[in-house]
Design a protein around this ligand. Structure first.
Ligand code: SAH
Ligand code: DHB
Ligand code: MG
Length: 221
């Protein structure tokens, strides 16, 4: 089993079940053309984000790490009538591409993109009483994942779902002596989640066109 097989199976799942539409395809294309890194969630993962939001009837979603807005579009489509999404991004170029992609998908009325370092914009959002958020997708710089998890907890309510992307990283997450700050961030997040009485958490390993990685999912109790 290898990346080639995983990619083919992802294509099969996408064709069979996911139904990525023109706006999503255009978002992916525009992001690539603008030279953004190809690290957006896959279509099947994006649909899982949408379904998660729909399952809990989300009306407020927070995303940390927008990139070109691909996951943003899926998450925003999962919102119930009248719902709103806030997404945080600190690269101006990524934000510019994302704004266009979000507008093309007809979601600019319900998506607010805040440009700036999430370590600054999160405390601002909390001060404005921006929450509580029903779904929080953590997908920015991995070394700050523990900090983002703290803010996610502060701005959530009983029943909120916190999803953290990229928690497996080719299995390197189990290397306690890793010198990768991202891995250490993920490991600290796992320790926090394990100890944290307010959440019940699991992590799922995934393979697909993005290789071998995974995500964590926490339910706020
Ligand atoms: N969620 C996107 C992918 C996000 S990639 C998708 O699946 O489609 C991670 C993004 O987080 C990048 O665009 C990067 O610029 C942004 N980022 C990294 N550190 C950040 C920080 N401190 N504050 C805000 N955004 C950050
Ligand atoms: C990277 C970031 C991501 O959010 C992701 O899903 C995959 C890779 C990265 O920074 O390498
Ligand atoms: Mg990611």
């Amino acid at each position: 089993m290898n990346l080639e097989t995983w990619t083919k199976v992802d294509e099969y799942i996408d064709q069979m079940l996911v139904g990525e539409d023109e706006a999503l395809k255009a978002a992916r294309r525009a992001s690539e053309e603008a030279g953004l890194p190809a690290i957006a969630v896959t279509a099947s993962q994006g649909k899982l984000l949408m379904l998660t939001a729909q399952m809990i009837g989300a009306t407020k979603t927070l995303e940390i790490g927008t990139l070109g807005g691909y996951s943003t579009i899926w998450l925003a489509r999962g919102l119930a009538e009248g719902g709103k999404l806030v997404t945080l991004e600190y690269e101006a170029k990524h934000a510019e591409v994302a704004r266009k992609n979000i507008a093309r998908a007809g979601l600019d009325g319900i998506v607010e993109l805040r440009l700036g370092d999430a370590r600054k914009t999160l405390p601002e959002l909390a001060k404005e009483n921006g929450g509580p958020f029903d779904v929080i997708f953590v997908d920015a710089n991995k070394d700050s994942t523990p900090e983002y998890f703290e803010w996610a907890l502060k701005m959530s309510r009983k029943g909120s779902v916190i999803i953290v992307d990229n928690v497996i990283r080719d299995g390197t997450v189990i290397d306690a002596s890793s010198e990768d700050a991202g891995i250490q961030g993920i490991r600290r997040f796992n320790e926090m989640a394990a100890k944290e009485k307010r959440v019940s958490t699991t992590a799922i390993q995934t393979v697909g066109s993005k290789g071998y990685d995974g995500f964590a999912m926490a339910l706020v109790k």
